[in-house]
Each structure stands twice: as structure tokens, then as C-alpha cells.
Design a protein around this ligand. Structure first.
Ligand code: SF4
Length: 59
């Protein structure tokens, strides 16, 4: 089961400096507010960009 993030999506004409999900993400930290995470390739045609995922999956 999936759920949508609470809150309003950002104004696309005035995106925040960091991650666009930061105002609605429960895992936001200082790094998320400073600069957006880079897009990383995943299996198939998928991609992801999240400092939290990066930290949790690091060896
Ligand atoms: S980078 Fe990940 S953890 Fe940080 S605000 Fe964005 S979605 Fe949340």
C-alpha cells in the first residue's frame, strides 16, 4: 500500500534550493536543504535521488 506525502507540492517556478521534497519529507536534515541530491541510476529505467536512501544503503 502506498501513500502520498502530506502537504503541498513546491511551486515549480520557485523550487527550493535543496531537495524539492524537503518541506514535506519526515527525514529532512541540513544536507537536504543545502543542495538537491544527485540522480542515481537504478535497475532498468529507474532512478532515485535521496540523501536518506544513500546513507541507509551505504556499505
Ligand atoms: S533528500 Fe531524501 S531525505 Fe532529504 S528531503 Fe529529499 S526525500 Fe527527504
Amino acid at each position: 500500500m502506498s501513500s502520498a506525502a502530506e502537504g503541498q507540492p513546491p511551486d515549480l517556478a520557485a523550487l527550493p534550493a535543496g531537495c524539492a521534497f524537503a518541506p514535506r519529507c519526515p527525514y529532512t536534515h541540513d544536507r537536504c536543504l543545502a543542495a538537491p541530491p544527485s540522480l542515481e541510476a537504478a535497475a532498468g529505467s529507474r532512478a532515485w535521488a535521496c540523501y536518506g536512501y544513500e546513507a541507509e544503503s551505504a556499505p
